[in-house]
Design a protein around this ligand. Sequence first.
Ligand SMILES: Nc1ncnc2c1ncn2[C@@H]1O[C@H](COP(=O)(O)OP(=O)(O)OP(=O)(O)O)[C@@H](O)[C@H]1O
Length: 958
Amino acid sequence: MRESLRRVPDLEHDGEPTVSTYHAFAGRLIAEHGLRLGLEPDLEVLTDARRHQLVVRMLRAVDEPLQHVSTHLPSLVADVLALDGQLSEHLVEPEQLRAFDRDVVLEMQSQPKVLKMHTEIAGTALKRTELSHLVERYRAAKADAGVMDFSDQMAWGTRLAQLPEVAAELGERFDVVLLDEYQDTSVAQRDLLAALFQGRVTAVGDPAQGIYGWRGAATGNLEGFIEQFTPAGVVRAEPFSLAVSRRCGHRIIDLAGHVAREFYAESAVVRPLEAAPGNPEGEVTLSLHATVLDEVEAVADAVVEAGRRHDPPVWNEIGVLVRTKNENAEIVQALRSRDVPVEIVGLTGLLAQPEVLDVVSVLEVLDDMTANPSMLRLLAGPRWRVGDRDLALLGRRARRLAESHHTGDDPDAGDLDAVLAADLDRATTGVDPTEVVSLAEAVADLGGGPYSAEARHRFADVAAFLARLRRSVHEPLTDLVHRVVRELQLDVELDVAGIGTDTLSLLHEAVAGYAANDPHASLGGLMAYLSAEREHADGLDVSTPSQANSVKVLTVHKAKGLEYDEVFVPFLADGVFPSRTARSRWTSVASALPTALRGDGETLADLDDFTTAGDKEYRAATLRESYLEEVRLAYVALTRAKSRLHLSGHRWGRTQKRPRDPSPFLADAAVWLAERGGEPLVWAPEVSPDETNPLVDDVAFAWPHAVVGMERRRAFAAEVRAALDSAEPVEVHASHAELAEELELVLAQAERAESTVVEVTLPSTLSATQTLSLVGDEAAFVRDLARPMPRRPSSAARFGTAFHAWVEDHFAPYAQLPLVDPSDLPGSGTDVADDVELTELQRSFEAGPFAQRAPTSIEEAFSIQLGAQRLIGRIDAVFPATLPDGTEGFEIVDWKTNRTKSADPLQLAVYRLAWAEQHGVDPARVLGSFHYVRLGETVTYDDLPGRDALERLLAGER
Ligand SMILES: Nc1ncnc2c1ncn2[C@@H]1O[C@H](COP(=O)(O)OP(=O)(O)OP(=O)(O)O)[C@@H](O)[C@H]1O
């Protein structure tokens, strides 16, 4: 789109088009205009973990009894968060919701015959009312903490957009506005856009591809677009529709239309597409396998065949589209084992890869001591494999430590009375220790529990591992990630297992990408980004597949808008794709916003009739809505293919006790194919009732892969030991000798890294001040380089700056460049005492010898190479001067505001040489002077060292 926009002639003059996601656009509105609503421009967006913490803390502070809501803390937290999010997305105030629910309760109570269903609906409404109060408290807590979550960002963006001054400002900024994927916008997004861009906006969308209903997309937005975006009194625009697909082969688009026929039958606005005449015929294959394992193998084989249709193989025209990210790990492994290059598109998919999860878990523990699930993953994972019993003991220890933080007790006081007292205390004070329990803390402070000896050993190893990494958390993020990978020995692990490290490279890339976009990139920020991505899958991460020649594995959601020559859609089994979960119904789920209050309520099913039949109808209608969304998702998947489409499914999943039914999409496709005289490649017979899942006894865990590797490694270690034990001299092969040399180097490097001696490289460019310190006290200078310390802002320095600025202003008429107003410079914030002093200094300067002289140049920048060193700086002033021999020359002057005549002439020597060489003047014809303004004295040097002497000095020869 950026390319096409550039080709519009008028746009050339108006610079780059702004391209942004809807969320990022709302974020920008807040950054630029948030203050109008009292919002800080740099409000932090909460991570999932912190949202939960905030709600838990808020709930703890509630002291009145809660009568209706769940008392199960995790459910209650989830409910508060869900309701808060929906209220924001649909721009409904809690009070509006309560008014609605009051009416619902009254209506239920006044039914002629109160059925169980009525009591339930009223109960849900009461519960929702109570929840809405908790939502308000949570909102207050967010405001207090100066944070927001994603739904707030959208809601506040919308409120800002509705302010006339904001609309006016943005109206001026953008003449043309294009909205893409408009069918996936939510109510808040729609209102935000409509408030800003009415009357000069074009939206593009395909209702057959509306797949974000679950995330709050309002299905009616596209149909309502013209009405909502036409200002009063303006002629309504006409919609254009697309009749042909220029992408898909004839058979492919025909099949897609057939699979989505139920959607098209209900849509008033769109008709099924046809292939454009020039498109290829298109090929479709279908397979139904007995087990998911068979399917994975068959798909991987077919991908190999597809890639090898070309010589050399073309992999990047192949897309494997899955319904959820959870399924891609096996496909990826199967492809890799066939040496097929694979790219997992999208952070979410990447984050589901086991090796990436390991790295992210470590980062999470480094960032947050209480990231217990991650810690557990590490402890129970392939590297440390701590058993259940020891983990339970560790958990108890962590709880004990957490309690001792509250009670101040000694966590090591082992006697039973103390433990009992602590338990009682916990029970009576109602302190919920879950918030602060930290397995990471317990690992570092094991106490005297009856752990197995081996577990103690491993815990100590984990603790040392984390301690080592903690020392590096302030390193640049990419370095930190490298270090974690190395410490986990994942690179070795993956290599041994023959897997390759390309997923880790993708993780590195993702982290580097994050760090490049955020100047303040910190570990905490990275974790927030990853967690937001996991939660709002496909929302923030706008990553697109690379051009690399690799097969792309991605979710259907992620594949939106993309296309491949050949597309595989595996795992078409009922319950997987389509997924069979219905959207929550407001009549039975308190955290669901009632349909009537939703901004898109009119387009959704609702309970209209409070009878058993009405309820049944409503249930069926919501299930159908969710199903139709799956149909649209299938349509998106199928229409990504240009010339070949391969659909497959299986009967037996990994762990199911009962076989799965084939997906209706696969069944539809089979009928469609049969009608055209075609046949599936494989169609596994139906499973008879007495068969059991052949995979259940054969559950292989995707991770650790390392078992094979471990065996190889152990065998190798045994050989080494045997060789060491044997008396015979070991013969070293030439290539090994080379390897040994390299190892020596690596070891030396590692030792250097461990050592307390830090090697610093002299920067290739030095300022004059640095030069002076280098020559003056080399040790101190090097120490400072190794460990730069922030400098305390000194009033003397500020004062000096202020004075320099003033002098510069004094000589302004002689300057070639427009000068800066002294009040714009740092240091203008001097206090009154400084001001008085400054005035005195100015007087003294004006009375001195230079005030009335006309300078040749002032504040001239220079750069000079002296030996290996480049020096840079700025020369206060240069005046024409009479030299001691009576001839005319120049005088370099540096203003000093100190009270003693202590300046080092070396500075003048560098300035003199630099200036002379810069202007082609013989240095011997240039004097150097310090003018001590305060003292009214000038010290002039006519014997300053020249280039040779300076180079020797800098090289350390004294
Ligand atoms: N006028 C045209 N002539 C030839 N090819 C075209 C034309 N317009 C689009 N195409 C090709 O058709 C394919 C689909 O185009 P594009 O991605 O713009 O469609 P789309 O409507 O955004 O698709 P979707 O919403 O399904 O992702 C692309 O390969 C594009 O190059």
